[in-house]
Design a protein around this ligand. Structure first.
Ligand code: ADP
Ligand code: MG
Length: 526
């Protein structure tokens, strides 16, 4: 097992990585970081969610010189990714004071020019906008040493090839070039042959792995409902002894806090604990003083406890091997255990990969519905309000209210107080991470525009099959389908829509490249 210490990072970068709560490098990081530090051109191929950003982010931050000149350029397919990658760089470069700037279309170019003039070390941008700055002379590459093509397959799918080539031709020939991608296509190979020097091709999609006898299920969840969904799942199971896995140390601490405050008997285990603390937690776990142990992969390794009835992947593991490691903690001594994985829309492909490589079936279970979850949260708050009223001692607050009661509806005042007290927790219920807006769909459905139609020889049956296979949803969630020559409109039930969207927006149906977007309301055909 490798550790971040093995890379010989400088103190300030090491400290930043520690602060991010990463306990050990993911496989793609373990393989790529030393190569990049060594100055090699690298092709890193691994599924989404495997930590590719830090695989180039850490060594790049390590290698930039103090002068605030653009030394590294990262190209990403979308504005969201540019912002996300810039955020990760900011965390890694926090103590080294590495300045990063995301540049993307849609944001004021004047602002970007001013920011560039103030001096930055790393620019993260979408190809179109980067090219724009090159042409204006506001982005210069005299000091550029490293270029990263991030999510290269997506960039090519989006038709950025010409822009990318033009940009690469503008960069110094002796640059170090890195390419990261979930898939490796002939187009990528061609790009690599032309623009990379003897690249090392690292891939972490490994072969067969044997899995212990454990029943395996997954639940689809949205990021914002994860905690509530977890509680629902736990409550619906008879957990005698469970291990819950989180990706980071900080994640462990936060989840332990959250579960404790909900009254679960729980404790946490991760690499920052002393041996004495660790022993204490383990003793509690063995003596059934706690029913749930929240842990990172590293902390749980070699954990030998009998009678673990449930393993829960609160964060999906980053590769099939650690999945197998994790679920191997249950179902021991001839007893069958249950492994539960929570999966968000973006992680669904990773789950499918794990299923493929471990050659097992992970069965989808009915998610506690969003309404159930939202209603449960509302109920908790109502109970808290009633308890607070009943326990009295409100006189002081009555005085604070003063005479606003004369000017405002008491219900409005109560709602405002609840909004403040719940600090966005209830608010989030209305604001969806996947808010597709008005798509002109039938109520309860989301309408999507798909960029292929009759000329690509697809029919309704192909579409329904693709949707149900790729997104792992039953065909019934598909509603009205309108196929035209070059495009198609399809309606999907709201709850499945985020999963269908993430699974299909960059995929293939009958060999044709597919893109999927929420439809515009006025594109409705009557
Ligand atoms: P990819 O680019 O491969 O899709 P990301 O770089 O976006 O993946 O990483 C996915 C998530 O995993 C992020 O939340 C990131 O912070 C987290 N992560 C990355 N590396 C590690 C690590 N070594 N340990 C724990 N979490 C990590
Ligand atoms: Mg990425």
């Amino acid at each position: 097992m490798s550790s971040f210490q093995d890379f010989g990072l400088s103190r300030r970068v090491q400290q930043a990585v520690d602060g991010m709560g990463f306990e050990e490098p993911s496989p793609i990081q373990a393989a790529c970081i030393p190569l990049v530090l060594d100055g090699r051109d690298v092709i890193g191929q691994a599924q989404t969610g495997t930590g590719k950003t830090a695989a180039f982010g850490i060594p790049i931050v390590e290698m930039v010189a103090p002068e605030a000149r653009v030394q590294a350029l990262v190209l990403t397919p979308t504005r969201e990714l540019a912002i996300q990658v810039a955020g990760e760089f900011r965390k890694i470069g926090k103590f080294k004071r590495v300045r990063t700037l995301p540049i993307y279309g849609g944001q004021s170019i004047g602002h970007q020019i001013r920011a560039l003039q103030q001096g930055v070390h790393v620019v993260i941008g979408t190809p179109g906008r980067v090219l724009d700055h090159i042409r204006r002379g506001t982005l210069r590459f005299n000091d550029l040493k490293m270029v990263v093509l991030d999510e290269a397959d997506e960039m090519l799918d989006m038709g950025f090839i010409e822009d990318i080539e033009t940009i690469l031709q503008e960069t110094p020939a002796d640059r170090q070039t890195m390419l990261f991608s979930a898939t490796f296509t002939p187009e990528i190979r061609r790009l690599a042959l032309r623009y990379m020097r003897n690249p090392e091709h690292v891939t972490v999609n490994r072969g067969e792995i044997t899995v212990p006898l454990t029943d395996q299920v997954f639940y689809k969840v949205l990021e914002r409902n994860k905690l509530e969904s977890l509680c629902r799942v736990i409550d619906s199971e008879e957990v005698q002894l469970g291990i819950i896995f989180c990706r980071t140390k900080r994640g462990v601490d936060e989840l332990v806090e959250a579960l404790l405050s909900r009254g679960y008997l729980v404790d946490g285990l991760h690499g920052d604990l002393s041996q004495a603390q660790r022993d204490r937690v383990m003793r509690k776990f063995r003596n059934n003083e706690i029913e749930l142990l929240v842990a990172t992969d590293v902390a749980a390794r070699g954990l030998d406890v009998e009678n673990v009835t449930h393993v829960v992947n609160y964060d999906i593991p980053q590769d099939p091997e650690s999945y197998v490691h994790r679920i191997g903690r249950t179902g021991r001594a001839g007893k069958r255990g249950l492994a539960i994985t929570l999966v968000t829309p973006r992680e669904f492909k990773l789950l499918k990969q794990i299923e493929r490589e471990t050659k097992t079936q992970i069965v989808g279970r009915e998610v506690p519905s969003l309404e159930d979850v939202a209603e449960r949260q509302a109920e908790i708050w109502r109970n808290r309000l009633v308890e607070t009223i009943q326990s009295g001692g409100l006189g002081h607050y009555r005085a604070i209210l003063g005479n606003i009661v004369d000017d405002y509806d008491p219900i409005d005042i109560a709602c405002a107080a609840l909004k403040l007290a719940s600090a966005g927790e209830l608010e989030a219920e209305q604001k969806d991470e996947y808010d597709f807006g008005d798509t002109g769909a039938t109520p309860g459905m989301v309408r999507f525009f798909v960029n292929i139609g009759r000329t690509a020889h697809i029919g309704p049956a192909d579409l329904v099959r693709a949707i149900s296979e790729e997104a792992g949803v039953p065909g019934q969630v598909v509603g009205k389908i309108d196929i035209f020559d070059r495009f198609t409109f399809v309606e999907i039930e709201e709850e499945s829509a985020p999963f269908v969207y993430e699974a299909l927006r960059k995929s293939r149906i009958n060999g044709a490249r597919v893109n999927m977007e929420p439809a515009k309301p006025r594109s409705r055909v009557r």
